[in-house]
Design a protein around this ligand. Structure first.
Ligand code: HQG
Length: 179
């Protein structure tokens, strides 16, 4: 299992942020060749067999990765800092969404709104529990409620990933409420 976490963290780094650090190439939709990923894992002294990779993708706590239908390619479902086009269709959001952050960021967030920072999108959660988990990565979580219905009425576009992360470009302060 320790191996699984290590492989998952390594895959996140390669498939979202630094493919070149492992000699990988991502196509425009973020896909890498599975064979190249297995070779890179082996070169990094990690298990480089397909069965383990299948297991890591399947068991991943947040379902961060997906295979192409022919299992020849693999990509991260979201969270990229490298330029990729995930090909997600705009989707009407639920009336409210949530974002977990920490107190230290609040003043800036309430002044500027939620910005995508180093990622391609602002990441929003469908429920408070998930938002709390996201915020807790950094300390004591503060939960913001987002008036997604009003944002959509205002022309903001939302997409949802297969693992239920809602993505949008930015959230202006007027749509944010601290819970
Ligand atoms: C904050 C993980 C100051 C924002 C998680 C957050 C999620 C601002 C941080 C996914 C700001 C960015 C995404 C502003 C936003 N001023 N701070 N104007 N606007 N922030 O990691 O949402 O494990 O890029 O509140 O579970 O924390 O990677 O975004 O604290 O699903 O799969 O700037 O990443 O998933 O941090 O997390 P991040 P996030 P994975």
């Amino acid at each position: 299992m320790a191996d699984h976490v290590c492989i998952s963290k390594t895959l996140s780094r390669w498939l979202r942020h630094r493919p070149q650090s492992a000699g990988l190439k991502l196509d425009a939709q973020g896909w890498a060749e599975v064979d190249a990923v297995l070779a890179a894992l082996a070169a990094a002294q990690l298990p480089g067999d397909f069965a383990t990779l299948l297991d890591v993708v399947d068991q991943n706590d947040k379902q961060r990765f997906e295979f192409s239908s022919d299992l020849a390619q693999i990509r991260a479902r979201q969270g990229h800092s490298v330029r990729v086009e995930l090909g997600l269709a705009p989707t009407p959001p639920p009336a409210v969404l949530y974002h977990g952050t920490i107190e230290a960021f609040l003043e800036a967030i309430m002044a500027q709104g939620l910005k995508r920072m180093r990622r391609h999108h602002v990441h929003l959660s469908p429920d408070i529990e998930t938002a709390r988990r996201v915020g807790q990565r950094r300390g004591h979580a503060v939960i913001l409620e987002i008036d997604a219905a009003a944002m959509q009425a205002d022309g903001h576009v939302f997409c949802v990933t297969a693992n239920k992360v809602w993505l949008t470009d930015s959230v202006p302060p007027r749509f944010l409420k601290r819970l």
